[in-house]
Design a protein around this ligand. Structure first.
Ligand SMILES: NC(=O)c1ccc[n+]([C@@H]2O[C@H](COP(=O)([O-])OP(=O)(O)OC[C@H]3O[C@@H](n4cnc5c(N)ncnc54)[C@H](OP(=O)(O)O)[C@@H]3O)[C@@H](O)[C@H]2O)c1
Length: 274
């Protein structure tokens, strides 16, 4: 696997800002489980959401025993209509300081040769569910005056890619949506980060690629999730982990996107008067 330097992360500061509870949508394996382990290690209680109750429960039990945190598992298919609202409602009694929109991968397919059924499912998971959950949790974060939202997007969202038309398009939505929320709320104590993640050796990826696929160029998902948590706390709107064709230009793309956003924060004050 490829090396990724881990960014500094002050665990006490993190817990104060995003505790007591974090909600992870897509928590049972892959990057979702990495987030769960890292958050439990910092003492945050967890709401673990995915389709497989047994997998959620065994992860929750393991983390409760190891770190003394509380957990709640919530079985929900994120591609279903109303999924985001149901997650917000199911956690109404908890002091949620962090929402992580994690699940969102998709397989390879050629768009005209496929039906649009899978495309609409991906739109519901990566757009509709994210919109409803971010809106519901965002209202609660505003009321408590602090908190965060992490949107796991992808480098595929930085531009189009063959055989990933819907994936690339929904990941572009995620990145722009996260940046916009950052620009609207970072001055009011709410942190939002969009992560343009690189190729990572997760169970989902390993199910997608052909047998014998060379994983030496993949990243360790735990390194990527650690840096997403550190980037959130550092107040970054976007994190691009350089990967794929044009990787050498991506650090500059990240800087340019942040500078543009900051410019728009000031510009919009003159437009809206607030
Ligand atoms: N892996 C990569 O190379 C890569 C690269 C760039 C970006 N990313 C992004 O990183 C994020 C995580 O990727 P990943 O590789 O770990 O795979 P993933 O399939 O997006 O996430 C796996 C987790 O999400 C849950 N999940 C999947 N579909 C779900 C659904 N319809 N409803 C509820 N839960 C669902 C799975 O649990 P259950 O099976 O229990 O439901 C599992 O816990 C995604 O947003 C992906 O787009 C991944």
């Amino acid at each position: 696997m490829r090396d990724l330097a881990r960014l500094p992360l002050n665990e006490n500061h993190f817990r104060d800002r995003y505790g007591q509870w974090a909600v992870i949508a897509g928590a049972s394996e892959g990057t979702g489980a990495c987030f769960a382990r890292q958050l439990a290690g910092m003492g945050l209680n967890l709401v673990l959401v995915s389709r497989r109750q047994t997998a959620l429960h065994s992860l929750g039990e393991e983390l409760a025993e190891k770190h003394g945190v509380e957990f709640r598992s919530f079985v929900q298919d994120l591609t279903e209509t109303g999924a985001g609202l149901k997650i917000v409602e199911a956690t109404a009694d908890l002091d949620v300081g962090l929402y992580i929109s994690n699940a969102g991968a998709d397989g390879f397919s050629a768009f005209f040769e496929d039906s649009t059924e899978a495309a609409h499912r991906l739109v519901r998971m990566n757009i509709t569910t994210l919109v409803d959950a971010a809106n519901g949790f965002g209202k609660r974060l505003l009321a408590r005056g602090k908190g965060g939202i992490i949107v796991m997007a992808s480098g595929a969202g930085l531009g189009g890619q063959p055989n990933l038309a819907m994936y690339s398009a929904t990941k572009a939505f995620e990145i722009n949506f996260a940046e916009s929320l950052w620009a609207e709320y970072h001055e009011r104590g709410i942190d939002v980060i969009g992560v343009a993640a690189p190729i990572m050796r997760t169970p989902t990826l390993m199910r997608m690629v052909p047998e014998g696929f060379d994983t030496s160029d993949t990243f360790d998902p735990a390194d990527v999730t650690h840096n997403a948590l550190a980037g959130l706390l550092a107040g970054e709107p976007i994190q691009i982990i350089p990967d794929g064709p044009g990787a050498e230009k991506q650090p500059q793309v990240e800087k340019d996107r942040k500078a543009r956003l900051i410019g728009f924060v000031e510009f919009n004050k003159s437009l809206t008067g607030v």
